[in-house]
Ligand binder design. Structure first.
Ligand code: CNA
Length: 255
């Protein structure tokens, strides 16, 4: 990791793109890794807007633990390492494809959630808004029915299902967050790509913006990606990356 750490120390501006891989170290499954959710049949339907409009119970059944059990998960080594990097004045921002809110929970301040987040839910019919905690309370209050095998869908007084502000396949990305992520990628002379298969576009194209602007890209991911040939290097182990960053930037205080 020496080359990567030296690049972090000498860069004018460092940006990061994270994916589901950084949260597998916290016990949250990814999509396409060796233990990923996509090994299950029909998993692609869970985050598909056409499926949600046809049958929202597909999403609520699939995400009962992944999204509505998120309170049980804590930030992991990569989240902590990125906080350390920020507090050392070496990290400008994080573009994340993740929907688990763990970067914010760890204490990172500039996080651009390019695939949205479940922090708010809106009724698909009338637009009424509920917070994540309100939806969790509705799900927990109806836990008994769900355990009996009846998929529970939180619904508005008008009858419409609440949908999280997560970007589903078939929807547009949140404009402001994606624009900030693009600006981060373009203006970073060192851009780290951490724990993503780089298969979901347009987010997967962000590191290309760094390359086009003359910056360097480092990848840390267990599986090969389509950008490996353009990166300075791909390292396979995220835990090793997190340990190296924490050792190199050890003097920055963590609260
Ligand atoms: P992905 O396609 O599942 O890729 C994850 C990558 O991480 C894989 O290539 C793995 O090999 C790699 N990986 C996993 N664990 C490790 C590890 N410990 N060390 C090194 N590499 C590892 O996920 P992407 O983020 O690329 O795909 C984007 C989707 C996934 C987004 O729309 C997310 O919303 C969605 N997702 C998010 C979460 C979450 O928020 N935690 C969980 C599951 C899926």
């Amino acid at each position: 990791m020496t080359e990567l750490i030296e690049a972090l120390k000498s860069a004018k501006k460092v940006g990061v793109l994270t994916g589901a891989g950084v949260s597998t170290l916290c016990g949250i499954p990814d999509f396409r890794g060796p233990q990923g959710l996509y090994r299950q049949p029909d998993a692609e339907r869970i985050f598909d807007i056409d499926w949600f409009d046809r049958d929202p119970s597909v999403y609520y059944r699939g995400c009962r633990e992944l999204v509505y059990g998120l309170g049980d998960f804590q930030p992991g080594p990569v989240h902590t390492a990125l906080v350390r990097l920020e507090r050392a004045g070496r990290l400008a921002g994080i573009a994340t494809q993740n929907i688990d809110m763990l970067h914010q929970k760890a204490g990172s301040s500039h996080v651009y959630e390019v695939h949205g987040s479940p922090v708010v839910h809106a009724c698909r019919h009338c637009g009424d808004v509920k917070t994540f905690d309100e939806i969790v309370a509705m799900i927990e209050a109806n836990g008994g029915a769900a355990k009996l095998g009846e998929p529970y869908v939180p619904r508005c007084a008008c009858g419409g299902p609440y949908k999280p502000a997560i970007t589903f396949f078939g929807e547009m990305l949140p404009e402001a967050a994606f624009r900030s992520a693009q600006e981060l990628a373009i203006s970073s002379d060192v851009f780290l790509v951490l724990g993503t298969s780089l298969t979901v576009h347009p987010a997967a194209g962000l590191p290309r913006l760094t390359l086009q602007a003359g910056g360097k890209v480092f990848i840390v991911n267990g599986q090969p990606t389509s950008l490996d040939d353009y990166a300075v290097r791909r390292y396979p182990d995220l835990k090793e990356f997190a340990d190296a960053v924490c050792a190199a930037f050890a003097t920055s205080p963590l609260s």
